[in-house]
Structures are given as C-alpha cells and as structure tokens.
Design a protein around this ligand. Structure first.
Ligand code: PMP
Length: 388
C-alpha cells in the first residue's frame, strides 16, 4: 500500500538540528529552532513550572480522561490574560495539543462552516500555516507581510489585498512576535486592520503563540483584542509552549468568539466533534501545570517575572545585534524571538560552512541562540557577509 506514496521533503528546520549536532566545531552557533535559550544555551524548565509539577505530583488523584474540552480551569484562567476586558462576544474554548492543534482545529472548523471561504495569509508566515491550509484544500490569498531585502513591513500592500476580501473570508494574523520576521503591526496599524475587518465582515483567525515575549503580556495581545472587538466572529489559537517554556508538553487552546449566542452552541458541537476525530481528548499535564500556576498568586507572580526575564533577554540581544551590525538596524524595532535577515540562501549556506552558524534556510534567526560569548563572532561574520 505504501508504494502509492510520493516522498515528502523532510522539514528543513528539523534537518538543521541534525546537521548542527554533527558539526564538530566547538565555536558553532545554533540560531535554528525557535526555543528560548539562556546565556548558557540551555532551555531550562521555569521555576514556576517545577513548583506546579511538585504540587501536581502530590495532589493528582486520577489519570482518567479529561473530556473533549480539556482542563476548564486552564481555559478560564488564561482568558483574562489573553482577552483583557474584551466582553463583547460569547466564547467557547477548547484545550488543544499545542498551538499547532489550535490552528489545525480552527482551519477545520472554518472549512466545515464555509468550504468556499478564502484565507488571506501573509508571506512569509510560519510554514505550518501554509501546510495546514494546503492539506485541507482551503483556498488561500497571499499578501506580502514583510520585504526581507528592504527589512520592512508591507502594510499598505497588505491592506490593499485585504480590501479585495469579502464577507466571511478569513484573515490569518500573528498576534505578536511575527514568525519568521519579528515585524509586528503598530497599535495604529492594528486599529486600521480592525476597522477593515469590521467594515468588510472578515473573520480574524489570530495565532498568538508568543504572548509576553514581545513587549509584555497586555501589549502583545492589544492588537488581537482590537481586531476581535471589531469582528462578528473570530478565532484565537493560543500556545503556552513558549511563554511557559512547556514546548514538549504541547499546551494550546482554541478560543472561538461570536456575537451570536445561538451560533456558538452549534460551533461548539462542531469543535467537539472535530477534536474527537483528531485526538479524542487533549493531553493533560502541561495544561494542568499552567492551571496550577495561574491558580496561585505567588506562582503567577513568579511566572510573570520569569517571562519578563526571558522577554528582556531576547530584547537586549536584539538591540545589541542591531547596534553591532549597522545593516541590520531595523531589527531593533522588531519583537520576539525571530529576525529575518536579508541574506540569500547561498549566504546562509556560506555562514554555515565557513563559521558553523546555523539558521533556517530562509535567513530566519532565533535571537535567543545568541550569548555573551558568541554574539561578537556572529556580528563580525554577518558584517563581512553583508558587506562582501
Ligand atoms: N504559531 C506560530 C506562529 C508558531 O511559531 C508556532 C511554533 N513554532 C506555533 C503556532 C505552534 O506552537 P506549538 O509548539 O504550541 O504547537
């Protein structure tokens, strides 16, 4: 039966991990996969997570299934952190395996609701967005989000493309810390998007995978809140994998918002049915950890301070790199873990061969891979490469 399959290219970012491991050079630098790292290059378990895990270990009395929606405490406690005082909509929430599960579920729901809808997506975007939409066979319309050579957001182009969307079409937006570009919208730009979404009757699908790692928890959700407030219906795919450092625990949620209470019940029944055929019930541990943290004032304060330390480290590296490499000055005005450098694939390959510097083939770097001991080497190599 498998003879009928055609080979798929391996995920290029995952292949990069193997290549980095095999590189014998001691001075090699890993700026590939998008995880937070400390100055020693480690991705430690947060102290608030360790404390919550200890509490769970002592108190958990069953491993019976959670139910299709997952952990209600987790979903409820996250809600004010994500939505602030946005109360205009009815909301249905489900826990999902990671932000990926939330994006997948959202796209399946939209397809079931309106098979001929179009999804407007920026280019570049997180590659899995395109892969999920293509696999489902949803029609996509691409707008340029970022000009990699010029290192600037293409906001006017995006708005012009969105003007061609019709009622019920979807716009997929990164809530903050755009992956791969780091180029986020200003609050004024978010307000303009919100106005367009409201006027045209578009459905925003907001992917919020890095809340708290850009400017701060509220600041990073401000755009999403504006756009959702302007919409009749909207979806928000959330990940706790970065802001709680829980990557492998696969902690996510999908929030479905509508102004139409009757429609919400039907949407909820569809979401439960889709979740049932995909994973039946979500995994428990990571979401339970988040719940235990958020149930405790002390652990929540600890989480906020640990998140702030992660955010500040990446922001500081960003400023230092922008200062050390004059041609990368725009990096300084961007947010989150990522930067998309104006490098050709040949230049990316050359940095890998000559200096053991590993980044995605697109030129995306994970700033958290920089440390006090490698940032100068990296800046020197980049200056030579960009000027050469
Ligand atoms: N959306 C974006 C924009 C991401 O960058 C990622 C993680 N790379 C995700 C969603 C998915 O996150 P998770 O690991 O929680 O599935």
């Amino acid at each position: 039966v498998f003879a009928g399959l055609t080979p798929k290219a391996p995920d290029s970012l995952l292949s990069l991990i193997g290549a980095y491991r095999r590189d014998p050079r001691a001075e090699k630098i890993d700026l590939g996969v998008g995880v937070f790292r400390d100055d020693a290059g480690a991705t430690p378990v947060l102290d608030c997570v360790k404390a919550a895990e200890q509490l769970l270990l002592n108190s958990q009395s069953t491993k019976a299934y959670l139910g299709p929606e997952g952990d209600f405490g987790f979903l409820d406690l996250l809600k004010p952190i994500i939505f602030g005082d946005l109360v205009s909509h009815e909301v249905f929430a489900v826990q999902t395996p990671g932000g990926t599960g939330a994006v997948r579920l959202a796209c399946e729901l939209l397809q079931a609701a309106k098979p001929d809808l179009r999804v407007f997506i920026g280019a570049p975007t997180w590659p899995n967005h395109t892969q999920i939409l293509d696999q489902l066979g949803l029609e996509t319309v691409t707008f340029r989000h970022y000009d990699q050579r010029a290192q600037r957001l293409c906001f006017d182009e995006m708005m012009a493309t969105l003007e061609t969307a019709g009622a019920g079409d979807v716009v997929l937006l990164h809530g903050c810390c755009h992956n791969p570009s780091g180029a986020d919208y200003s609050l004024e730009q978010w307000a303009a998007i919100a106005e367009l979404v409201g006027r045209k009757g578009l459905v925003p699908l907001i992917d919020l995978a890095y809340q708290g790692l850009g400017l701060g928890l509220d600041e990073d959700a401000a755009g999403a809140r504006l756009v959702l407030a302007a919409a009749q219906d909207g979806l928000l795919a959330y990940s706790c994998d970065k802001n709680f450092g829980l990557y492998r625990e696969r902690v996510g949620a999908l929030y479905t918002l509508t102004r139409d209470a009757a429609a919400l019940d039907v949407a909820a029944s569809n979401i439960r049915a889709l979740a049932r055929t995909n994973w039946s019930m979500p995994p428990d541990h990571g979401a339970a950890v988040v719940r235990v943290v958020l149930e405790s004032e002390a652990l929540t304060a600890l989480w906020r301070s640990e998140l702030e330390a992660m955010r500040a480290r990446v922001a500081d590296l960003r400023q230092r790199l922008a200062a050390a490499v004059p041609l990368l000055a725009p990096l300084g005005g961007q947010h989150g873990l990522f930067g998309l450098l104006p490098l050709s694939p040949a230049q990316v390959a050359q940095l890998r061969e000559d200096h053991g510097i590993y980044m995605a083939g697109s030129g995306r770097i994970n700033l958290a891979g920089l440390t006090a001991s490698n940032i100068d080497t990296f800046a020197r190599a980049l200056n030579a490469c960009l000027q050469g």
